[in-house]
Design a protein around this ligand. Sequence first.
Ligand code: NAD
Length: 498
Amino acid sequence: MRNIDHVIVGHDGGAGARTGDVFDPNTGQVQARVQLGTQADLDKAVAAALAAQPGWAATNPQRRARVMFAFKALVEKNMEELAHLLSSEHGKVIADAKGDIQRGLEVIEFACGIPHVLKGEYTQGAGPGIDVYSMRQPLGIGAGITPFNFPAMIPMWMFGVAIACGNAFILKPSERDPSVPVRLAELMREAGAPEGVLQVVHGDKEMVDAILDHPAIAAVSFVGSSDIAHYVYRRGVEAGKRVQAMGGAKNHGIVMPDADLDQVVADLSGAAFGSAGERCMALPVVVPVGDKTADALRAKLIPAIEALRVGISTDAEAHYGPVVNAAHKQRVENWIQTGVDEGAELVVDGRGFQLQGHEQGFFIGPSLFDRVTPDMQAYKEEIFGPVLQIVRAPDFETALKLPSDHQYGNGVAIFTRNGHAAREFAARVNVGMVGINVPIPVPVAYHTFGGWKRSAFGDTNQHGMEGVKFWTKVKTITQRWPDGGASGDSAFVIPTMG
Ligand code: NAD
């Protein structure tokens, strides 16, 4: 059985007391065991990070950027291997696994420009003989705790920016698909990052708590489900750390009566069912405005959903593969039953789907609900599976209110040909990321990623300039170089420059 070990400087490779099973979701079999680390493992990683970080921070930003350039080239060179590894543990199809890696690499591309973005501000002559300037300095050691659904992109969101800014970084990836994060750390080393600059510690709650409480870790970035995000935020802040914690989602797609329904159906199929719905920017709720729109959309959605091909993750023809493990499959199927019990109309039922030759795999067929209402638990909670819910809205204002009032506020999309409606929607909706005729509105790397309400705790987003802000602290210097002729006067009031 393959053993997935930590990447900790000086780690002897000895097996720890606890391990976790890593499945092949296509077959349902355990394919590897991952070490579940302890406080002692983290202490070792922190010691190595403390040793490495000052030298790394003192390395000029252009040289740090060169490591990022080399890392990007290495990831590109190893794309096929990484995508297959990712797909074999997560279950997403190969093309989508490549997308996962590519979207992370785009943050590395941003990090290649770090010398430019780290330049501070300068005011000459802010007062008589006084100049004021600022510099952004790294925090020291940062940690990232990441979810299973983007095992390449989300670690790169975090460590790309944190490391380029001069921090050492300790990554605690999801224990469900930990192999790609290990390979990324190996490739960073090959790219020239000094040892100790990027380390990987595996584990579950025990390791997360050790990270949150460790006094030498200055900042924690978390992405995962909302209850745990909130917990991580509270505990990390209590320990005096800077924390950003992104949570769950339930993104709505509003379909106006003037939308191009064929395009909407094509967009929704990918956005609701791609990656088996295991995306925080999936669109699992569609809100057609008016019954005529709803009926026409439903009529087009049914054949499109029935035509979806569910297959093993290496099947190049498959639209999506299995979900990540048996517990998650059960959870999704339970939510489908809850929707039925609450009175929603199950139009297409994906439960009980079996793939011939892969009967033990964690496959779920696509499901479609109609007449879902906002009071239902199955609407309020995140399902994170291949399930699309139609919530009918009589008019634009009701459609706008649905995502605005929902507990989650990660992403939302509107499909319309009416620029005024789109503009109004973007301005008024109470959600952090908006798509206008764009089904999965994940912002590009040099913008920034983050939801509102229970989709994110903390006030700084991932990547882009927000990421640079999160991973650095600003120092402001007020300087005067007297000419030697001391004035001798003491000032007992706050100095003003006027
Ligand atoms: P998860 O919350 O189960 O796990 C995330 C991380 O927390 C993992 O590293 C895990 O080891 C750790 N963890 C699990 N249980 C813990 C506990 N009790 N105490 C402390 N740490 C714990 O999430 P997941 O199932 O891996 O990922 C899916 C979730 O992530 C979904 O809710 C999805 O919406 C969300 N997500 C959000 C974003 C975003 O940017 N908002 C992006 C991707 C995924």
